[in-house]
Design a protein around this ligand. Structure first.
Ligand code: KG4
Ligand code: ZN
Length: 352
């Protein structure tokens, strides 16, 4: 205890989860139900915001019902309801926020609005083996389809301040996110959306140094990233290979080179941010953290600082991480009181 229901609808996953926060003993995921819209958006090559909102509206109640049933918890048995209210597709966020608000209103339980990235940052604490290795300061690298952010957590998540994300930020992508770079280059090569896992699969057996591709902002003092040049370089390379009829034969080499360019950029800055901030552990979270080449290269580069990952189902968007971040906020009393919860709104912008 306390027992939290988490709801996540910021993009193309409609997810609900019941998480038990046992201070001193960690977090226990009692249930997690995720309805993925990936197949629905695939024909369009990316997420269509209006289709996402409408699908959330059709699936959110069923997802929450199944999640509560799986955890054998009635709404009245919850201690609080946590919901992603920013950032994301605003129409998609509104569905989760309205559903969470209705449950909070009907049960009289507190509503805890959660920043999606704080959820990703908290995801590593859902994994007991990772949580046991946590040491501070901790570098948290959030590498997803929408963000590439480096944060330094100076204390355990139970002590994070309400403006934790803004205060802890030490580096970020100035344009495309790492996952976006995977997705855009995958699209150029004709792979389905989302492309990260496809590139990883196609890279197997390829030569990562076959093609020289840009590593934006590499060798500069900044801890920021830039991935936008990669798509253009890959498009030009793919066009030339296509013209000479070699694309198919060189696909593994090209995919391995794309993966290496993204991994190089991530590993060098994550390792430097770790050293410069004297971090005692590193958490790699978000969808791209599922990439095995990234995990292996980072592990080799970091030396003694332990590397922490969420379990695979908590890497990509899910409501367990939202319930976890919500639990840490709930414990500290960082949530609106009484009727103020009715003012909680959906916010598209990550800085808001
Ligand atoms: O965290 P996430 O589910 O959603 C956002 O909050 O954006 O991350 C999705 C991203 C996509 O860009 C996807 O291509 C990428 O994670 N991804 C991967 C892998 N699995 C998912 N990228 C590289 N290698 C993978 N194995
Ligand atoms: Zn995410």
């Amino acid at each position: 205890m306390p027992l939290l229901l988490g709801i996540e609808t910021s993009c193309d996953e409609c997810s609900a989860s019941v998480v038990d926060h046992r201070p001193g003993a960690g977090l226990e995921v009692r249930s997690l139900v995720t309805h993925s819209q990936v197949a629905i958006h695939r024909p369009y090559g990316g997420v269509v915001p209006e289709i996402a909102s409408r699908n959330h509206l059709e699936t959110v109640n069923e997802t929450i019902d199944r999640c509560l049933a799986d955890a054998s918890v009635a709404p009245a048995g919850l201690d609080a309801i946590a919901v992603t209210n920013r950032p994301g597709l605003v129409g998609a966020l509104l569905v989760g926020v309205a559903a969470a608000k209705a449950i909070a209103y009907a049960t009289g339980k507190p509503l805890v609005p959660v920043h999606h990235l704080e959820g990703h940052a908290a995801s590593v604490f859902l994994q007991p083996e990772a949580a046991a290795k946590a040491a501070y300061p901790m570098l948290i690298a959030i590498v997803s389809g929408g963000h590439t952010n480096l944060h330094v957590a100076r204390a355990a998540p139970e002590l994070w301040p309400p403006d934790f994300l803004a205060r802890s930020l030490v580096g970020r992508s100035i344009d495309d996110a790492a996952g976006e770079a995977f997705d855009k280059t995958a699209k150029v090569l004709g792979f389905p959306y989302p492309g990260g896992a496809w590139i990883e699969k196609a890279a197997a057996g390829g030569d990562p140094s076959a093609f020289r591709l840009p590593r934006g902002l590499q060798g500069r003092a900044t801890l920021d990233f830039s991935f936008s040049g990669l798509k253009t370089a890959v498009a030009l390379q793919a066009a030339s290979l296509r013209k000479s009829g070699q694309l198919e034969a060189r696909l593994a080499d090209l995919c391995a080179s794309i993966q290496e360019a993204i991994v190089d950029a991530l590993v060098s800055k994550i390792a430097r941010a770790t050293r410069e901030n004297g971090c005692a552990s590193v958490a790699l979270v978000g969808g791209v953290s599922a990439n095995r080449r990234l995990r292996a290269r980072l592990e080799a580069e970091l030396g003694p600082a332990p590397l922490l990952f969420p379990s695979p189902e908590h890497c990509t968007d899910n409501a367990a991480m939202i319930a976890a971040a919500g639990a840490f906020r709930f414990r500290q009393g960082h949530f609106p009181r009484g009727r103020d919860m009715l003012l909680v709104n959906a916010i598209a912008n990550p800085e808001a």
